[in-house]
Design a protein around this ligand. Structure first.
Ligand code: NIG
Ligand code: FE
Length: 396
């Protein structure tokens, strides 16, 4: 006996290499897990409840594997300054940019951070997102970083949404450490990573590896601290220049390197060999008017798995739509529809180190997204239209 069955649906299971299509399919859930998936005619056994999907498409619940959802304030003023000719790097070097969000985030109470984050998470959910990653990185001191991570945990507790919390204390050098970048990296490695791990507040550790932020030695310190505390790692890398982030990430066995607009083919091949995932963030390319593009051809040639995420944050990607990112990944990077959709499901799960979701397959979490569309390409095609008609998290 199943708890619930969704029938009269077309399925994109993401099994195998493509979309894993099943016409006239059904999905059955038991105890929050997928118990059966396949053509309706073959559905075994009865269910306590049956949902007629009216021919809708069912995908695995979408996964936004890279967001900075929790922060104080916004940067609309900086957007206007950039329109008047200033650039992102210059604003950051002058103490604005990420550092202005740090000031606003440090000044905000936990409840205020949560209240601001809730509607953002709901906006992502409305499109069929069932798992998000949320990074810290606007505290840059122990207590403020832990506060951001606690808010991430509370989002997951208050909403029907799975939240993965990532410590990104190595996001920028805080003003107190101006000119002492390596000292701050040591503080992150020796104090903040251990504190987040001890409090059980971090599922992963991230480092902004970039000429604007942390170099190889700094990143290595933090990545080694993550490993000592049993936490998987990720890098923001090769975003503004070829910093060798892909190769560094491969060397440390990180789950993913994200951005990669300037990554070189040898680094990408090393990532593929190490089993990492390239997380593509077209919203940041677009919003910062970056002209370089990630080397998709090199990623394909290397067999490197690609994920797609919003990078939602106030400075470089104020984008609360994962469906829009699908469109941008196709239009700006020329991903195929299959690559883009695998990028927000099965490969996004891999970028978070999660093997229990991202496909429709027995045994995995029953996280589903239902869409009123005629074909999956529509999810990448429409701009500013949300065809999501339902969302299921752990079978409900
Ligand atoms: O992913 N690259 C660094 N971090 C963010 C930008 C954060 C900000 O500008 O506030 C990113 O693009
Ligand atoms: Fe980011």
């Amino acid at each position: 006996m199943f708890d619930r069955v969704w029938r009269n649906a077309r399925l994109a299971t993401m099994q195998g290499e493509g979309l894993g299509l099943v016409e006239d399919g059904a999905v059955a859930a038991r105890d929050g897990r997928i118990a059966w998936v396949g053509p309706r005619a073959a559905l075994p056994g009865p269910a306590r409840e049956t949902v007629d999907c009216g021919g809708a498409w069912i995908l695995p619940g979408l996964i936004d594997c890279h967001t900075h959802l929790v922060f104080g304030g916004d940067r609309a003023d900086e957007f206007e300054r950039r329109l008047a000719g200033e650039d992102y790097a210059a604003i950051l070097k002058a103490g604005g940019g990420i550092l202005s969000t740090v000031r606003a985030t440090r000044a905000a109470e936990e409840e205020a951070l949560l209240a601001a984050a809730l509607p953002r998470a709901r906006a992502l959910m409305a499109e069929g997102v069932t798992t998000i990653e949320v990074k810290s990185g606007y505290g840059l001191e122990r207590e403020a970083e832990l506060r951001q991570l606690r808010v991430a945990r509370r989002l997951g507790a208050e909403l029907p949404l799975a939240v993965v919390a990532t410590l990104l204390a190595a996001h920028a050098v805080p003003p107190e450490y101006a000119g002492r970048r390596a000292d701050y990296a040591r503080l992150v490695a020796e104090e903040i990573v251990p504190a987040a791990a001890a409090a059980g507040l971090a599922d992963a550790v991230d480092v902004f590896h970039d000429p604007l932020a942390f170099d190889d030695a700094d990143a290595t310190l933090v990545l080694e601290a993550a490993r000592r505390h049993g936490l998987p790692a990720k890098l923001h890398g090769d975003q503004h220049a070829d910093a060798g982030s892909a190769a560094l990430g491969a060397h440390h066995g990180v789950l993913s390197v994200d951005h990669l607009e300037h990554a070189n083919p040898a680094g990408l091949a090393a990532m593929a060999a190490a089993g990492g995932v390239a997380v593509l963030l077209p919203g940041a390319t677009y919003f910062l008017r970056e002209t370089a593009r990630p080397d998709i051809a090199a990623m394909r040639a290397a067999g490197l798995r690609m994920a797609v995420a919003t990078d939602f944050n106030p400075g470089s990607s104020p984008a609360l739509s994962l469906l829009l990112m699908l469109n941008m990944a196709c239009t700006l990077y020329r991903l195929t529809v299959v690559e883009a959709l695998r990028g927000v499901t099965v490969n996004a799960a891999a970028a978070l180190g999660l093997s229990d979701r991202g496909r429709l397959e027995p045994g995995l979490r029953c996280d589903l997204a239902l869409y009123r569309i005629a074909r999956p390409a529509e999810l990448c095609y429409w701009i500013g239209h949300n065809p999501c008609i339902g969302r299921v998290v752990e079978g409900r």
